[in-house]
Ligand binder design. Structure first.
Ligand code: EPU
Length: 352
């Protein structure tokens, strides 16, 4: 972590001066600053930081990898830089391993570690940017798997009281790119660790079109093991999704919209090529990337804010874009998609 200007080193917490640069702490690479920042290495640090007089009355922003946020301006509050580390098998029974990882662990490194330790089950989620602590908030998912499928519990601290709270998977109220922490729990809890249940009766989850194609290309489509799936997921993501270290982005910028069956039937009559997935409740999920692509936005730019040229659902910072540029581009896309398809696209990352 780049750590200029520590202003004090207390018993344990490290505070950074006003004007702390957030560029390295958000995957869009926006060049904004925080009024105050504090590095959080432990739960004790977190409790100390939120009770510190310097934090009194200030809004707080928790940043893990900063992979799901659009920072449109300097942050006039306290940024908590989550640096809690550690991962361990907490218990094992006949059916599963229970593995806990601290909030500040890199998600992808954690996935790789579980596989190397012989505990498969997260391989479909390889290479997702961000940290373990951020993963449950938006219920990260890819290639037919979501955190919801593997999360046993989430440990968090309530900032108002400093109380440690354990949420089981049901309490987390996971939905598509959604959870309790994104709604009622927003700004109330800071996640400090997540425990995963990795079933020993492992089954490949290789049905997703891009993934099965990549497995076939590698001759691993018969009975792929977890490593083959991991390798194929990494290959697909590298081919389609921009690496935030090379080009700023926050993954999918919009959710795939879900519409009612009658609206879908009317749309399908006009647009028979539309990419759609029927849901268990009869509603229909549409591929937002396809809608945006059809509107001609793929690869187009508005100043330095652009639509990725290999996945239209991803907006990128070609260098020097601001959060406002990205939001202006997003609004232009939303207008075009609404005008042509009558469908509203909901933004996925949080803007501040
Ligand atoms: N498509 C196009 N043009 C595009 C992009 C997509 O025609 O420019 C079509 C594809 O051909 C495909 C369909 O749209 O038929 C879906 O595309 P893709 O398989 O790439 O997945 P997605 O629905 O666009 C979702 C997730 C991704 C996740 C992939 C794979 C959301 C918002 N996004 O994208 O998650 O990696 O599925 O499971 O649900 C993320 O959340 O940041 C993210 C990257």
């Amino acid at each position: 972590m780049s750590a200029p200007d520590p202003i004090t080193v207390d018993l344990s917490t490290v505070w950074f001066a006003a004007g702390y640069a957030l560029r390295a702490h958000n995957t869009f690479g926006f060049d904004v600053r925080a009024r105050l920042a504090c590095r959080i290495d432990s739960e004790a640090d977190l409790i100390e930081a939120v009770r510190d007089p310097r934090a009194a009355g200030l809004p707080m922003l928790v940043l893990g990898g900063g992979s799901n946020v659009v920072l449109t301006r300097d942050y006039d509050g306290l940024v908590l830089l989550m640096a809690l580390h550690g991962r361990r098998v907490v218990r094992e029974d006949a059916d599963a391993w229970y593995v806990e990882a601290a909030a500040g662990e890199s998600w992808h490194e954690f996935v790789s570690w579980t596989l190397e330790a012989g505990m498969p089950g997260l391989e479909n989620l390889a290479l997702i940017p961000g940290t373990v602590g951020a993963a449950p908030i938006q219920n990260i998912g890819a290639y037919g798997l979501e955190i919801a499928d593997r999360c046993a519990s989430v440990r968090a601290i309530e900032t108002a009281t400093g109380a440690v709270t354990e949420f089981d998977a049901e309490d987390c109220a996971f939905g598509y790119r959604d959870s309790f922490f994104k709604r009622e729990g927003r700004n109330r809890y800071v996640i400090t660790s997540v425990t995963f249940r990795l079933p020993k009766a492992w089954q490949p989850n290789a049905g997703y079109a891009d993934l099965s194609r990549a497995l076939a290309e590698r001759g691993a489509d018969g009975a792929p093991d977890a490593r083959a799936i991991y390798d194929a997921v990494v290959a697909v993501r590298r081919a389609k999704l921009p690496d935030p270290l090379l080009i700023g982005n926050a993954g999918s910028f919009f959710k795939n919209p879900v519409i009612d069956a009658p609206q879908f039937d009317a749309l399908f009559a006009r647009e028979p090529q539309i990419v759609s997935y029927r849901q268990a409740d009869g509603r229909v999920k549409l591929a937002a990337g396809w809608l945006i692509d059809q509107c001609g936005w793929k690869g187009r730019a508005l100043r330095a804010a652009a639509v990725h040229d290999r996945q239209a659902l991803v907006l990128v910072n070609r260098g020097g874009a601001t959060g406002a540029d990205i939001l202006e581009l997003a609004q232009a896309i939303q207008r075009d998609v609404a005008a042509r398809f009558g469908v509203a696209l909901e933004q996925e990352p949080v803007s501040l």
